[in-house]
Write a protein that binds this ligand. Structure first.
Ligand code: UDP
Ligand code: MN
Length: 537
């Protein structure tokens, strides 16, 4: 194994210089025992990861003022940090670089322990190799605690993070993914905010490590984390207040990813990540809602930067669960079933009457069985902590979700007799989408929203309109009054009439859709939304 020169920069935090030599040996030993993986296994370049070395310099991505200001910090004896990393099938070089960046870029006096959980990875000897080498390099030379845990069975990220948190003994816990690099000075800006408010949870601004090239790019500080009514994560635009500087910490409705830091005591009081959530998905949205509603806050702190690989697809399989067998139909993958199950728990736990919005958009969630023994516990918790109702979140934390609701007339699937309006992707992507009727239960059946502007849009913000030759079309939703005219609909009973042409949406034959003169009794022109907003009635 050849290590690039210059990988080991001057040691900034006063670790013994021998550490570098030992670390070099550790890297060689760990990475050279890497099993063979098929191309694309990790959804990032394994080859580049292996050749980058254990440590590399990173560009400064935070605002220059971040380095010059001094931070008001608690005594290190009062601010010990436990880092919890759970991984399932991570490349050896990637995991090691994550760990080394932490050790090298965190002031020694604050870094209390690393808790590394192997969630039953295929590479069965990885954790032992790590244990042996990291123990040799660090445990003897610093006071850093190292805890290595292996799950006998695959338990998923949520369970594993909770397992790590139970064992943590620091004042704060940082939850980190296993494919990150922390940037210089990441800790202090976060600690400062946490020390100011013990009920705070913070996220660094996540920089982007490109999965193909592993190049490190600046993340966008004008974005905050949020979610839509189907409980999928979305980036939302951050608006700067008057005199607010972009590098100042800002409130966020949800975390911008799974990387977050919180006081251990507070996390315990919040009863961890909801242990009923399975494997992966929804846990940071759940924690975010719980935090906001039950006396906490979330901030993103742009002076703190941590790089994370955002992958386009999951690099791991979701085990199919026994109780999901019915739901794991060939039409729905195990990943989708798990996500649906977890989202349903969030909706049932926190959304109050607004859960109807969720079910309108995710009707398949209705059929998912939940273990309801936990409801009582949850009610007690909400009572003890005097948690707000979800409506409070809409008014005080995420106006985006509320605006979305206020401007909505109806939403969900759009049903004509026993089938639903479906915007199907065509094989030739240039051809756009084809509009047909399809089974309402097909896995990607389109969810429509009818807005107060008269526009009828898909979740991908394509609007149903009428183009040349009075043909139905799906185009990006128009923002101006004039352009909007071709995309406006009014409802007369259950008919959908195109305002400009006075023609009605119709299903004259088979699965086809057309525009035809309106006939008030025609069943083929009757379209019903899964959910009508109250104002309509
Ligand atoms: N992970 C895990 N067990 C699982 C699935 C994921 O421990 O069953 C780990 C994974 O290795 C990673 C973290 O959980 O460190 C978050 O997963 P991922 O990065 O795939 O999620 P994303 O960042 O894409 O949201
Ligand atoms: Mn990740």
């Amino acid at each position: 194994m050849i290590l690039k020169s210059g990988i080991f920069e001057p040691n900034k935090h006063g670790y013994n210089e021998n550490v570098d030599v030992d670390l070099l040996n550790a890297w060689n030993a760990i990475v050279s025992h890497s099993p063979q993986y098929p191309e694309g296994f990790f959804q990032y370049s394994l080859h580049i990861s292996d050749s980058l070395g254990a440590f590399r310099g990173l560009p400064t991505t935070s605002h220059e003022s971040c380095n010059f200001r001094s931070y008001t910090l608690p005594e290190s004896s009062q601010a010990k940090v436990s880092v919890v990393i759970s991984f399932h099938n991570e490349a050896r070089s990637m995991l090691l670089r994550t760990i080394v960046s932490l050790i090298r870029r965190t002031p020694e006096e604050y870094l209390h322990e690393l808790i590394i959980v192997d969630d039953k990875s295929q590479d069965a000897t990885l954790l032992d190799d790590l244990k042996r080498w990291l123990g040799r390099v660090f445990a003897t030379q610093s006071r850093l605690g190292l805890i290595f845990l292996t799950n006998q069975e695959r338990r998923g990220l949520i369970w594993s993070r909770n397992r790590g948190a139970i064992l943590a003994s620091g004042h704060y816990i940082l939850f980190l993914d296993s494919h990150c690099e922390v940037n210089d000075g990441w800790l202090k800006p976060l600690l400062e905010r946490l020390a100011l408010n013990p009920h705070m949870a913070v996220s660094p601004l996540l920089d982007l490590i490109d999965p193909e090239t592993l190049s490190y790019r600046r993340g966008n500080e004008m974005l905050k984390g949020g979610f839509d009514w189907s409980l999928h994560f979305h980036w939302l635009k951050r608006r700067l207040g008057r005199k607010e500087r972009p590098e100042a910490p800002y409130k966020s409705p949800s975390f911008s990813g799974g990387v977050l830091m919180i006081s251990r005591e507070w996390f315990l009081k919040l009863k961890f990540f909801n242990p009923n959530l399975k494997i992966w998905g929804g846990e940071s949205i759940e924690l975010a809602i719980k935090l906001w509603l039950c006396g906490g806050q979330i901030e993103i702190v742009p002076c703190s930067r941590i790089g994370h690989i955002f992958r386009r697809f999951h690099a791991f399989e979701f085990p199919s669960e026994r109780d999901f067998t019915e739901l794991n139909s060939p039409e729905r993958s195990s990943a989708q079933s798990t996500y649906l199950h977890n989202s349903k728990i969030i909706a049932e736990s926190w959304l109050d009457e607004y859960k109807n919005m969720f079910y309108a958009l995710k009707p398949a969630a209705k059929g998912i069985p939940l273990n309801d023994t936990t409801t009582e516990e949850l009610q007690q918790f909400k009572h003890e902590r005097d948690c707000h109702r979800f409506q409070w979140y809409l008014w005080n934390v995420s106006p985006e979700l509320r605006f979305n609701l206020e401007k909505l007339s109806a939403t969900g699937t759009l049903q004509n007799e026993d089938r639903c309006l479906y915007a199907r992707n065509q094989k030739d992507s240039k051809k756009g989408r084809q509009l047909i009727l399809n089974s309402c239960y097909s896995k990607d059946i389109t969810q429509w929203s009818l807005w107060s502007t008269g526009q009828l849009s898909t979740q991908r913000e394509l609007c149903l309109g009428v183009g040349l030759g009075r043909r139905l079309s799906l185009e990006p939703c128009a923002r101006t009054e004039t352009l909007r005219q071709a995309q406006q609909w009014v409802r007369t009973g259950t008919h959908l009439m195109h305002t400009a042409t006075h023609l009605c949406l119709d299903n004259p034959i088979k699965d086809q859709l057309e525009l035809n003169p309106c006939r008030s009794q025609a069943v083929s022109q009757s379209f019903q939304f899964a959910l009508e907003m109250e104002r309509q009635t």
